[in-house]
Unconditional design. Structure first.
Length: 272
């Protein structure tokens, strides 16, 4: 079965309406992180709403990306890292001694600041996580590719180019391909670290539309320096300053009536 036939033989996933919410309940409690002697996060406590988009904003160096990378333990790769406190996913401590870190990262898809497709075909990029898991059934891989490309709003543009090198895609298409790759293994959580900072306004708008389409199916956490973007795509926003989570609340309330003077100062441009 070719991919076009696979797509035509099944209903299009109900992306716009969100479908059934995924698991992906994230809780952060008294979380501290040090790089050697330097403390980067201070007593972070926050609940990340399941199936919605939570934006993390704040000045450069405030700990936004550090926290995001703590959620799937990418910071483990850094020497002299030390943490205290807890982060739980669906009630399980992700830093527990019995946690399989590779399995954890499969439950949390990651999209980086700069599109990073692999130098291989579009199709092979999308199904790469499944190949790593040892899945070689052609029908399964094709179905996963169709579903992921459809979910990332790239199917119509890529269905006739699946054997082309992914590097031939435009920057915005490459980022959507990376999103397709991130969701192909059906994660619970989608982590996005400044996913639009390297894109032009048109590509940025398309990624923001895609984030809106994906909410409900995934718990999404997005780090962004762009406050207007946070206001457009998220339902909840957390403001960080000097490694501390200053405020977390519904996005509209955060931007119209912040509770903390530091939040007010940042969103009005007095500093940051």
């Amino acid at each position: 079965m070719n991919l076009a036939m696979a797509y035509e033989s099944q209903p299009r996933p109900d992306i716009q309406d969100g479908g059934e919410p995924q698991r992906g309940e994230l809780e952060i409690a008294d979380f501290n992180l040090w790089y050697g002697m330097k403390q980067a996060l201070f007593d972070v406590n926050m609940s990340i709403p399941t199936g919605l988009v939570t934006a993390i904003i704040g000045p450069s160096g405030c700990g936004k990306s550090t926290l995001l990378r703590s959620l799937n333990r990418m910071n483990d790769l850094i020497d002299n890292l030390r943490i205290t406190g807890n982060i739980t996913l669906d009630g399980e401590d992700i830093y527990g001694p019995k946690v399989d870190v590779i399995a954890l990262r499969k439950r949390m898809g990651m999209v980086f600041q700069k599109p990073n497709p692999f130098p291989m075909s579009i199709f092979d990029n999308v199904i790469y996580p499944l190949r790593v898991d040892g899945i070689n059934n052609k029908a399964v891989l094709e179905e996963a590719a169709v579903n992921a490309l459809t979910g990332a709003a790239l199917w119509d543009e890529a269905k006739d180019r699946l054997n082309e090198n992914a590097l031939s895609l435009s920057g915005g298409q490459q980022q959507r391909l990376c999103i397709a790759r991130a969701i192909s293994a059906d994660p619970e959580v989608l982590l996005m670290d400044e996913p639009c900072s390297a894109l032009d306004p048109i590509a940025t708008s398309r990624i923001e539309e895609l984030i809106d389409e994906l909410k409900g199916r995934y718990t999404i956490v997005i780090v962004t320096h762009n406050m207007q973007q946070a206001a457009r795509v998220s339902q909840y926003t957390a403001f960080f300053h000097l490694g501390e989570m200053v405020e977390l609340g519904q996005t509209e309330a955060m931007f119209t009536n912040p509770k903390d003077e530091r939040t007010q100062g940042y969103i009005t441009g007095r500093y940051g």
